[in-house]
Design a protein around this ligand. Structure first.
Ligand SMILES: *Cc1c(COP(=O)(O)O)cnc(C)c1O
Length: 465
């Protein structure tokens, strides 16, 4: 009989009784600890044949096991500092919700709630009705419904109102939003035939008129949120398209994209379409996002004429695209802020950050400057510089909002790699810091930095070597 080669490591049974490892069983449970021991031993075995291999001490083994357990119970989704200068950064989660929205969502997740239960009658309720009244109040529409996001809203509206029929859209508005949302593709998915009219730069009322035929289901306008055409241009204003549609008893649909519930120019921001004004201009169905300028959770809002909204609510896709209870609660918590307009900008982080006075951002930059310069050392020159923030998520692509940044320039020659290394080091911090590289510098736009102590506290851990 062949004898088993003796293992160079203590047995799993012995390791689990090491004092440091036994303690881990309390936090992680014995099963996970044993799995971690096996994985760590497998790692060492795999490296045994390498020349630089050293067999581990008991202490090293314990540490490896602990590190592995900790790493595996750390979430992938983490808080970051968004210093990109783009307030609604899609890759960084777009909206930061208000405390009221967060607490309301937490309640809905933690407790039983009247999600689809009518507290007056004791009978079945509609989840959308929780926010329908306030959406009607804020937009002037007759009815409202909510789905997963604005892309879903557009899809559902088209599938309900224009399946196997035609929808007329100006060639100047065949938008691609990114993430594969393209108006012609959405039309195809909804089984709707897109009829393009006009040209890229100019579309006239007569173009819409001429395209209307027996198969026309609707006229549609899409807000060109993420680009602007200038020069020799013409498009047909909403009231005129509405008039043409209604002359032919057709619905007029508008995909507003960001769609604000208030006029942002009142806060010194550039003009973005206001949902109430769009409804007033004669649109029958308007869709917009919950997590763009509205400042709420990811959702797609559909408002408009009651007869059309009722039809949209009854479509089978509506059930597939409906929102979950924490989202609905977060949306209600966000919308309630609009009933106290004087406090709105303070309450909703999106509006608070967009309207933050540049003098405040500059003062913050000056306070942080010596600390960042000290953390970076002599290899870097750090200055306070004026920059331009963006709204993001396709809103107001051309307009920029003056802001202030800490700009880091390497003092040595190898600019490109130095910038990449600094970006990587900032991303490795406990709360990763995300900036942007522009003009041979790393730019940290401070518009969205509200947690100054949190930012400062981790600077000493920055490793730039
Ligand atoms: C952003 C946008 C969409 C997509 O909205 P989501 O909420 O991200 O799904 C659709 N249309 C327009 C015009 C947009 O700006």
């Amino acid at each position: 009989m062949a004898t088993q080669p003796t293992s160079p490591f203590p047995s799993v049974d012995r390791i689990v009784r090491f004092e440091a490892v036994a303690r881990l069983c309390e936090s992680y449970g014995r099963g996970a600890v044993i799995d971690a021991i096996r994985a760590v031993l497998d790692d060492y075995r795999a490296r045994m044949s390498q020349p630089e291999y050293l067999s581990p001490s008991d202490k090293e083994l314990s540490q490896q096991i602990e590190d592995r357990l900790r790493a595996r119970s750390t979430p992938r989704l983490r808080r970051v500092f968004n210093l990109t200068g783009t307030v609604l950064h899609t890759n960084l989660g777009r909206t930061q919700l208000s405390s009221r929205a967060i607490e309301h969502a937490a309640m809905a997740m933690r407790e039983a709630c009247n999600l689809e239960f009518d507290l007056d009658s004791g009978g079945r309720g509609e989840r959308d009705s929780l926010v329908e009244d306030i959406l009607i109040e804020l937009t002037g529409a007759e009815a409202a419904t909510v789905v997963n996001n604005n892309a879903a809203a557009v899809l559902l509206v088209l599938a309900t109102l224009a399946q196997r029929r035609e929808v007329i859209v100006s060639r100047g508005e065949l938008v691609e939003i990114g993430g594969a949302f393209r108006i012609p593709d959405v039309m195809r998915s909804a089984n709707t035939r897109l009829i393009e009219v006009g040209t890229t730069n100019r579309t006239h009322a007569a173009d819409y008129q001429k395209a209307i035929g027996p198969k026309t289901a609707a006229l549609m306008k899409v807000h060109t949120s993420n680009y602007k055409i200038s020069g020799f241009v013409a498009d047909v204003a909403e009231p005129e398209v509405a008039r043409i549609a209604h002359e032919h008893q057709l619905p007029f649909i508008i995909d507003l994209g960001a769609g604000s519930l208030i006029d942002l120019t009142a806060y010194g921001l550039p003009k973005e379409p206001v949902v109430r004004e769009t409804i007033a201009s004669g649109a029958d169905v308007v869709t917009f996002s919950g997590d763009k300028l509205l400042g709420g959770p990811q959702a797609g809002l559909i408002v408009g004429k009651k007869a059309l909204i009722d039809k949209i609510k009854r479509h089978p896709l509506k059930r597939a695209l409906r929102v979950s209870k924490p989202v609905l609660a977060a949306l209600e918590g966000t919308l309630l802020a609009y009933r106290t307009p004087d406090l709105l900008v303070q309450e909703l982080p999106t509006l608070r950050l967009l309207t933050r006075p540049v003098a405040d951002i500059e003062a913050l930059a000056n306070r942080l400057l010596p600390h960042l310069a000290a953390a970076l050392g002599t290899q870097w020159q750090v200055t306070v510089t004026p920059v331009a923030s963006q709204v993001g998520s396709g809103s107001l692509p051309v307009e920029i909002i003056p802001s202030m940044a800490l700009t880091c320039r390497p003092t040595s020659a190898k600019v490109g790699t130095a910038l990449q290394r600094l970006s990587a080091a900032l991303r490795k911090l406990p709360t990763p810091v995300i900036g942007r590289i522009a003009d041979d510098a790393l730019v940290l736009d401070l518009r969205c930095l509200e947690d100054e102590p949190g930012f400062l506290a981790q600077l000493s851990q920055l490793v730039t070597k």
